[in-house]
Design a protein around this ligand. Sequence first.
Ligand code: UD1
Ligand code: CA
Length: 516
Amino acid sequence: MPENPTGPTVSAVIVLAAGAGTRMRSAVPKVLHLIAGRPLLWHALSAAAAMRPEQVVAVIGHGREQVGEYLDQHHPEVRRAVQSEQLGTGHAVTCALTDAGQVEGTVLVTYGDVPLLTAETLKALVTEHQRAGNAVTVLTAVLDDAAGYGRIVRDAEGGLASIVEHRDADDEQRRIREINSGIYAFDGVVLTDALGRLTSANAQGERYLTDVVAIARGDGHRVGTLVTGDAAETEGVNDRVQLADLSRRLNARLVRRAQLSGVTVLDPANTWIHTDVQVGPDTVLLPGTSLEAGTIIGSGCTIGPETTLSDCRVADGATVLRSHCTGATIGADVTVGPYSFLRAGADLGARSKAGAFVEIKKSSIGAGSKVPHLSYIGDATIGPGTNIGAGTITANYDGDSKFPTTIGENVFVGSDSTLVAPVSLSDGAYVAAGSTVTDDVDPGDLAVARGRQRAVKGWVLRRRPDSAAARSALTAGAVPEPELPPQDAIAPDGRKNSAPRASVADSEVSGEDLPA
Ligand code: UD1
Ligand code: CA
């Protein structure tokens, strides 16, 4: 049996997850619905794994293809027992034990749809179970409204006598407010024996796991309870209202944990932290921040408001303002936003900047480099100390394939440039604003790749003679040309050209007004 340095020894944890979850009204099996960024089942399995049992067995039934696939991918170490027909919780545990073989020692039973149960509570349950020498120890809770639950029936001395299901209970039993959470510690041998003696002589025609209590007691074994202080820990999800409610309560727990570890959270009700997210001390989370699964944030950062970080790494001292980042690495003292979108593989070096309305995908930005405004950077490598002017686009996609852009250190790219990949700008290169760069630029060269500016003299006075622009031009000293070309003659009504109207592009600019 493996050593469990932090707690008592457990042989097996059986997680029941075969139920239909009809009230979710979903194509997705209930236990795969997410809470704090992970499936309900993940939460149950992580509490189970924290007990370091010899084995964890998930009982699956409804949606078992999807649940089995999820287990294959994320929890390959978990055994699965298939319960093809849901004949009751007792039958479900029988399926698990049939699969697991004879199990001695302490066996825990939990539910796949009870996500707030903590490993601490499970440990307390096992500790009490072993301390008291019980064959069965039931985790119970006291509720204001116990309707629907199995009730804890006690004997004259206050000891656990039996569990009676709501549907089988009489009026007096229904007034009992102490309920069965459905989470138990069993002695494996007693459990196996009692399961073989269950009948389905009850209101639901099911084999009730709860009947093991009375059977064990009848055989002279000790049975007992542990009353939980926090009933939320034992609550299950049956519909999406409960899903949202438990989501909020789990989030409150995760936010509180962050706060107690030194994170400032301005608006806890409006800040979402997924499970297993890490945030360093003296980081400030502003309202509307969501830190999603896989995110790790250093200390002294400012995140938000209205920012989502999903699967991101953020180093100390970074600021991420009103932005959406997924799969990004944000270095120390970097600033991001407002309104930026960092996608998978965006890797921002220390002290670099992705400013307002910047999208970066699969690109590394060197230390201290800046992409301050309105840019798209994709499949690019940018060295340190480089400045990318406003509106720069890496044209990385030809409609068929993606191509890389390589930009060296201390490069200056002028505003509104298009870098047509594959292309590289060597160290110390400059690009003139408005360039469309298609050829590599050598170290220290200035690339100018744009139409040369020219003036079409007197155009406004000829072609827009009565316009506000013409009046302003005259006031500013524009001189009307003495002779008008024939197609520019003013019509008799004084407002329209006599020639058919043509665009600037296909008449004057490309025609006789072109400078020599
Ligand atoms: C059960 C308990 C009840 C307790 C309540 C707590 C029994 C007979 N009753 O009630 O005392 O107060 O839980 O929520 O145990 N499951 C299977 N296979 C089955 C039946 C159920 O895997 O054949 C799983 C479900 O997926 C679920 C859990 O067991 O995760 C409980 O099933 P559910 O139907 O919700 O339990 P209840 O009968 O309402
Ligand atoms: Ca239930």
